[in-house]
Design a protein around this ligand. Structure first.
Ligand code: PEP
Ligand code: MN
Length: 357
């Protein structure tokens, strides 16, 4: 046989071995996928380092060359990793909060207000509940403006332990009393898993704040009640981490979860945080949960609240949250960024003019 003929023959042998290898790898991948599904049913983690080590050791024992053991180990590790990735994609598809799992939008009913039903909501109220009179003044203004859901922090997770920490349960009681007088629904942050059940007696929506987005015990406790949850995106959380935090709640049985983008940390100093508008359509696409935008904490600037709220709604947000205080200069938290009542009325009129609210 000529030299060229021999080369041709070897190449065609290689091509058929390649095809066989591909067939075997695909077969292996199918089995690995099935193992992944089985593991998920049993609640066992995808990656099992002990099993991986056993498989590699067995292969090394069988190795007769010409590849050295290190090369065999390296090659098979790549194969194992590719299979693991397949299993993980499968798990992602199966997240309870994902659109792939449930096509229809989740609707959250707060009295006559439906969050996620196509008509965006405006949620407003003070950063902190400071007194009965303060909350009452805001509630009266909200009622007059046609707002149905009021926010107000009773447990405040502050950067400094020396800053106002909130009125605690006393604050929840104030919210309940004022809300029932004006027929409003309420949202307030809870920071301790032990307070979740208690909170359900006083408020209509439990907020889990940015600093607690990955407080898994708090998420689990929130998943064990039936009260709707407003989950804020963490200060430096990726969208994937945010979605998984929501999954913690939903996987425990509480399907009433709303997501809220509140700005993330970047190098930009012009705003308090950077409002990640792109998170809105991504979360709407990837999950079936309502998505809101907190324009106050994301920007920290009163002068750009209205355009940011309009941008949020234009991007598909189901609602906007904003902080309102009767006298922001004396506020015990976030004094610089809260709107006073006339400013809130202007803000609302401005957003409404866009036709998006
Ligand atoms: C708040 O909404 O009161 C608050 C503390 O916001 P965040 O958790 O987003 O900082
Ligand atoms: Mn605040």
């Amino acid at each position: 046989m000529s030299q060229g003929g021999r080369l041709q023959e070897l190449r065609s042998q290689l091509d058929s071995v390649n095809n066989e290898l591909l067939g075997l790898l695909s077969e292996r991948a199918r089995i690995a996928q099935e193992i992944g599904q089985e593991k998920q049913k049993q609640g066992v983690p995808d990656f099992d380092p002990v099993r991986e080590k056993k498989m590699l050791d067995a292969l090394i024992e069988q190795n007769k060359g010409p590849f050295d053991n290190e090369t065999v180990r390296h090659l098979f590790k790549q194969i194992f990793q590719a299979s693991l990735k397949l299993q993980q994609v499968d798990t992602k598809k199966q997240l309870l909060v994902s659109r792939k799992k449930k096509q229809e939008d989740t609707l959250i009913k707060l009295g006559d207000t439906i969050v996620g039903g196509g008509k965006p909501v405006m949620i407003a109220g003070p950063c902190s509940v400071e007194s009965y009179e303060q909350v009452r003044q805001v509630a009266a203004a909200l009622k007059e403006a046609g707002i149905t859901v009021m926010r107000g922090g009773a447990f405040k997770p502050r950067t400094s332990p020396y800053d106002f920490q909130g009125l605690g349960v006393e604050g929840l009681k104030i919210l309940k009393e004022v809300a029932s007088e004006f027929g409003l629904k309420t949202i307030s942050e809870i920071v301790d898993p032990a307070h979740i059940e208690l909170a359900c007696e006083y408020i209509d929506v439990i907020q889990i704040g940015a600093r607690n987005m990955q407080n898994f015990e708090l998420l689990k406790a929130a998943g064990d009640v039936n009260t709707p949850i407003l989950l804020k995106r963490g200060l430096a959380a990726t969208i994937d981490e945010f979605v998984h935090a929501a999954e913690y709640i939903v996987s425990r049985g509480n399907t009433q979860v709303m997501l809220i983008e509140r700005g993330i940390r970047t190098y930009e100093k012009a705003t308090r945080n950077t409002l990640d508008i792109s998170a809105v359509p991504i979360l709407k696409q990837e999950t079936h949960l309502p998505v809101l935008v907190d324009v106050t904490h994301s920007t920290g600037r009163k002068d750009i609240l209205a355009p940011c709220a309009r941008a949020a709604l234009a991007a598909g947000a189901d609602g906007v949250m904003v902080e309102v205080h009767p006298d922001p200069a004396t506020a015990l938290s976030d004094a610089a960024q809260q709107l006073n009542i006339p400013e809130f009325q202007d803000f609302l009129a401005n957003v409404k003019k866009s036709g998006l609210l």
